[in-house]
Ligand binder design. Structure first.
Ligand code: PLP
Length: 378
């Protein structure tokens, strides 16, 4: 019996090596021609007007918060409403900037529930951080409307959403800033990288400097290739070493070419799971919002006795995952504990079933039949 793992990224090896070879032969692996090519390709694919390639979504999210804070003159201790059901990056970046994460509850899509967000708005709320769980938009539209009415900024953590469309358009234009992850096991895998996409041109221009230690790259690119005077760039403020590199961009360019095809197969896998799991009252599947064509980075179900079910699946050589534990269970976010009952319950019950491009129909059937048998025994 072969093991079935949660994620196995698929790389088009020869094509990717060809892209990387171009970097190696040119003698240029850092920030430069490939990163720019990937940014252009991403803008073409997503229809978003601005995109800057960074070394992780965490870095992109940090700068999203930082630049909005500076632009809005937010003060330390001001609040961002966020979800407890996420990878900790989402919430750490709020703390990086001296702001306070205020947790709101999730809905049946495992995304922020607009009604809960509304309840948590205070005089100090400045923004909402929305996570598109597993590629699902959830009620992003309603949250966007709420932000508009209340004068709040909207940050979209789209780490799972490369290729997700809503009502036909690629997501991203809804938010003031959208951040994608191209980390090793995401649905657009590189090794580590991401894309930060502001809606506002001024911030989109500024973020470029922030990813490279405040160096004014316009000056840099003017002198680039001219040999002399390269060192006469200006440094206008401090910044971070957050920019992406050409090797990651080379990987990303190939993955992007196949993204829609890959996501379509992910949706096929999800449909097979839906089909095999339907009618089993002990397994609750997570719906996708109507109008959302999800990237299907994840396929999540909720079961009682989750930990036991996981161990029993492992006995059958099936290795699923959990996305995520309620962040308020962690010491550093304990101030939000007991404030989001739905997220707390999901955190106890969630399983992410194997979801990757090497799964066949028979693999999906095996996982589905196995988990059905296990929950019936419990
Ligand atoms: C919801 C979410 N946000 C942010 C991140 C951070 O992405 P990266 O690893 O590219 O920094 C992840 C990655 O796992 C994620 O799942």
């Amino acid at each position: 019996m072969e093991a079935i793992n949660l994620f196995v990224p698929v790389f088009r090896v020869e094509e990717t090596l060809q892209q990387i070879r171009e970097c190696l032969e040119k003698g240029w692996t850092g920030l430069g021609f490939k990163t720019m090519e990937f940014e252009e390709a991403w803008k073409n694919h997503s229809g978003l007007p601005f995109a800057h390639f960074v070394n992780s979504a965490t870095a992109g999210l940090h700068l999203a918060v930082k630049l909005l804070k500076e632009e809005g003159r937010w003060e330390n201790g001001d609040e961002i409403i966020t979800t407890p059901l996420t990878f900790v990056s989402t919430n750490h970046v709020i703390l990086y900037e001296g702001l306070r994460p205020v947790f709101a509850d999730v809905d049946e899509f495992l995304c922020l529930d607009p009604a809960s967000v509304e309840e948590r708005v205070s005089a100090r709320t400045r923004a909402v951080m929305f996570v598109g769980m597993g590629g699902n938009t959830g009620r992003l539209e309603e949250v966007r409307e709420l932000c508009r009415k209340r004068g709040l900024k909207l940050i979209l953590d789209a780490a799972h959403m490369a290729g997700t469309r809503y009502l036909g358009h690629h997501i991203g234009s809804e938010a003031d800033v959208t951040v994608f992850s191209f980390q090793a096991v995401k649905n657009l895998p590189t090794a580590d990288s991401g894309m930060v996409c502001f809606t506002d041109k001024k911030l989109a221009d500024e973020v470029i400097r922030w990813t490279w230690l405040g160096i004014d790259k316009d000056t840099f690119s003017r002198t680039l290739g001219q040999g002399a005077y390269k060192w006469y760039y200006d440094v206008v403020h401090e910044g971070f070493k957050y920019h992406g590199n050409s090797i990651m961009a080379a990987m990303g360019l190939v993955a992007l070419k196949y993204l829609d095809q890959d996501n379509a197969y992910r949706r096929q896998i999800a449909a097979w799971y839906d089909d095999h799991l339907k009618g089993e009252p002990k397994i609750k599947t997570v719906p996708v919002r109507a109008g959302c064509e999800s990237s299907r980075h994840l396929y999540q179900v909720l079961v009682e006795n989750r930990d036991e079910v996981m161990l029993a699946l492992n006995d059958e050589k099936i290795y699923p995952g959990v996305h995520y534990r309620d962040n308020t269970l962690y010491k550093m976010y304990a101030h939000g504990n007991m404030t989001c009952p739905r997220a707390a319950q999901a955190s106890e019950q969630l399983i992410s079933l194997p979801m990757h491009l090497r799964l066949s129909y028979l693999d999906v059937k095996r996982v589905s039949n196995t988990i059905r048998e296990i929950v019936r025994r419990k």
